[in-house]
Design a protein around this ligand. Structure first.
Ligand code: PMP
Length: 383
């Protein structure tokens, strides 16, 4: 048998969503909203399908979208991006793959903070690289300079950083960004900055793009996602942003992954980016959903870590009085209590903590309430 059958895992998100469908459970597992998108962008996409192009667009993306992405960030953060910095990809997932394939050579080490989005580790490995874990300890999940420095070697090529952070919902603060920047500067490293959650800020905060830190623009490879910005995760329109010479190399890697991304959805996203006023109602809705689920979890005796950004939160099973491990609890919850959650051990590389699960709360009141009912049942059934 192909040995990769054992070593490559089925993503925990796919696993839990399939289980939710099989058992008819409320899905608080995989991260997709069931409300919040601007209807006008759907009309734009429909128009682009019937009246626009349905043939291969340029591999690097529609010029209109590349311009719109650059203009969006320039207006928000006073940057000086051009279309030459931007490569449109099929979701941020593909941007990550293209960036990693353009940067990482066999034997190169990439520092990854865990808990981490589950795609990073297998992608680094398939590029021949070595993912090196820097574990963030709960409940604060803070980044410290010494912890990064302790893992840097002569083979370290890059740091892969995700801000705001899936799964903890943390928005890292300036000291933490500065810590990464200082190590990148001192050890001549690239920083792959996964900023897909930058618009999902729940308390009116400002987002600081990593490339805006002094000296970091030349080292930063950013990815973004229209799926997250507009709450349309199935669209899989994303992009990378890098210095033009580096973007050109990653664009070559992208040619041999998907080559291009549906042109009609690209056109709709370009239009959507010119309407920043569409985004605040969505943030307000997610902040209300966070408050609703936090109140319900507290009433049910769950120990949840309140998030400042993203639509995820971590629940500590042990601190909630549940002695089961994350996988066993997730199985019980979906099979017997009617709610899917995501066990967090797959977000770590080695010796994962087994007491953490992730919830997605980007859901209508009725979905949250059904999920909370399931969590109450699960707590009653748990040993
Ligand atoms: N990075 C992070 C941190 C994510 O949470 C996700 C999606 N959950 C992605 C990348 C992938 O984004 P996309 O759906 O645009 O490929």
């Amino acid at each position: 048998m192909n040995p990769l059958y054992e070593t490559m895992q089925v993503s925990v998100f796919e696993r839990m969503s399939l289980a939710a469908a099989k058992h008819g459970a409320t899905n608080l597992g995989q991260g997709f909203p069931d409300f919040g998108w601007p209807d006008a962008i759907l009309e734009e996409a429909a128009r682009a399908v019937t009246q626009g192009s349905n043939q291969y667009p340029p591999s690097r993306g529609l010029p209109a979208l590349r311009e719109a992405v650059a203009a969006h960030y320039n207006a928000k953060h006073d940057l000086a991006l051009t279309a030459e910095h931007v490569v449109v990809t099929s979701g941020a997932t593909e941007a990550l793959a293209a960036m990693i394939f353009s940067l990482v050579e066999p034997g190169d080490e990439v520092i990854v903070f865990t808990p981490a989005f589950d795609a990073y580790e297998p992608m680094i490995r398939r590029a021949g690289g070595v993912p090196v874990e820097v574990r963030l300890e709960g409940p604060d999940f803070r980044i410290a300079r010494e912890a990064i420095e302790a893992k840097v070697t002569a083979r370290t090529r890059a740091v892969l950083f995700n801000n705001p952070h899936n799964p903890t919902g943390r928005l890292f603060d300036r000291d933490e960004l500065d810590a990464i920047a200082a190590v990148a500067e001192a050890r001549d490293l690239c920083v792959i900055s996964d900023e897909v959650w930058e618009e999902i800020l729940l308390d009116g905060q400002d987002f600081v793009p990593f490339s805006s830190l002094p000296g970091m623009a030349a080292r930063t490879f950013k990815c973004g996602s229209a799926g997250k910005i507009f709450s349309l995760t199935g669209w899989k329109v994303g992009w990378m942003i890098a210095p033009p010479g580096e973007a050109a190399v990653a664009a070559k890697a992208h040619q041999f992954l998907t080559f291009a991304t549906p042109p009609n959805l690209q056109a709709a996203v370009a239009k959507g980016l010119s309407h920043p006023e569409w985004l605040q109602p969505m943030r307000d809705g997610f902040a209300r959903a966070r408050d609703r689920i936090l109140a319900g979890l507290e009433a049910a005796g769950y120990a949840a870590i309140a998030p400042a950004a993203t639509y995820f939160m971590v629940v500590d099973l042990a601190a909630s009085g549940i002695a089961m491990d994350d996988e066993a609890f997730a199985r019980l919850a979906v099979e017997e209590a009617g709610v899917a959650v995501v066990p967090m051990s797959p977000f770590y590389f080695d010796d994962a903590p087994r007491n953490l699960v992730r919830l997605c709360f980007a859901k209508r009141d009725a979905t949250i309430d059904a999920g909370l009912d399931g969590l109450v049942r699960a707590k009653g059934l748990a040993r």
